[in-house]
Design a protein around this ligand. Structure first.
Ligand SMILES: C[S@@+](CC[C@H](N)C(=O)[O-])C[C@H]1O[C@@H](n2cnc3c(N)ncnc32)[C@H](O)[C@@H]1O
Length: 298
């Protein structure tokens, strides 16, 4: 009995030891793989600028001014600081005020991606017209506690990159006058969500915000080489797509009967009226009935 038990114990210990060594090797492998992945995805400076801009433009300076000591003024900021658990970069408030104040006079439908502790849902509810519908979506099921259907604050749980989920919430509550992506901040999610929600979830003159785009430059959130900011830079080209195949002004001239039939462009470009780049916020204005520019020579 004794002679029999000892080898079994030794064998178990040996197997345990081998298993631990294998686990250690595996964990090192994973670490190296994730380090190599991060190295591959890391942000690289756009070096071609040095080919086109002078050294003066690119010289290193320390020229930022300190942010104002007094907080930003405005209704939105006052509402935000009256609600506990808020967390926002202060430079966002004037940007939101500038663009969203025109939406305050009438009831709107507002979608915020990313609920967290629900404080921004309350902020938007207080900021917009009292009959507005505020919908928050979040991947975290505990966020459902921030729903207050009687006050028209709704919460739905799902993944922002899941287009079937987006389709369901758009059917239930949309189309939205304003969509704000303050969700995972992963480049891939920002792009997938925009790809579906801009065309399918916004009203014809709606506005699409993406917050915290500085994360596009930061390791964890940069999960692919092509960032949301890269996409928006390319969208500037796409919003000029009517000029791509037509050099010269003839096709755009007023009175040219072929004007509208001669030009076809990718849909995404034809529905973007304006793209605004702020520090860490990008705003894309939609216009489904965008007019072809016309040129007149008097
Ligand atoms: C920055 S917080 C939102 C903050 C909130 N908008 C505010 O201002 O108070 C980000 C939220 O996004 C959620 N989130 C992360 N990944 C997501 C995904 N794939 N789909 C939907 N929500 C996601 C997180 O659970 C978290 O609550």
């Amino acid at each position: 009995m004794i002679r029999f038990r000892k080898p079994v114990l030794d064998l178990t210990r040996a197997m345990k030891g081998e298993l631990m060594t294998q686990q250690r090797i595996l964990s090192w492998n994973n670490r190296v793989i994730s380090w190599l992945r991060r190295l591959k995805l890391r942000y690289r400076l756009p070096r071609r600028l040095s080919r086109y801009l002078s050294a003066t433009s690119l010289q290193s300076v320390q020229r930022y001014a300190e942010s104002p000591a007094s907080p930003p003024r405005g209704a939105l900021f006052e509402i935000w600081r009256s609600i506990p658990n808020g967390f926002k970069w202060l430079n966002y408030f004037p940007i939101y005020e500038r663009i969203l104040s025109e939406f305050r006079a009438r009831p709107i439908r507002f979608l915020e991606i990313g609920v967290y502790h629900g404080s921004s849902l309350q902020m938007w509810k207080k900021y917009f017209h009292p009959d507005s519908v505020i919908l928050g979506i979040d991947i975290d099921p505990t966020c459902v506690q921030f729903e207050n259907a009687d006050s028209n604050i709704h919460v739905r749980i799902g993944d922002q990159s899941d287009t079937e989920f987006l389709q369901r919430v758009i059917q239930e509550f949309g189309p939205f006058d304003v969509i704000l992506d303050d969700g995972s901040h992963l480049c891939s999610d920002m792009i997938k969500t925009f790809d579906y929600a801009f065309l399918n979830g916004l009203t014809d003159r709606g506005v699409y915000f993406v917050e915290d785009t500085h994360t596009n430059f930061w390791g964890h959130w940069r999960d692919q080489p092509y960032s949301f900011i890269d996409l928006c830079k390319d969208l500037v080209d796409y919003s000029h797509a009517h000029y791509w195949g037509h050099s010269g002004i003839d096709v755009f001239a007023s009175g040219n009967p072929q004007r509208l039939n001669a030009i076809s462009v990718p849909r995404i470009g034809s529905e973007i009226e304006e793209i605004r780049f702020f520090d860490s916020i990008i705003v894309i204005h939609k216009n489904k009935s965008r007019a072809l520019p016309v040129v007149e020579h008097l």
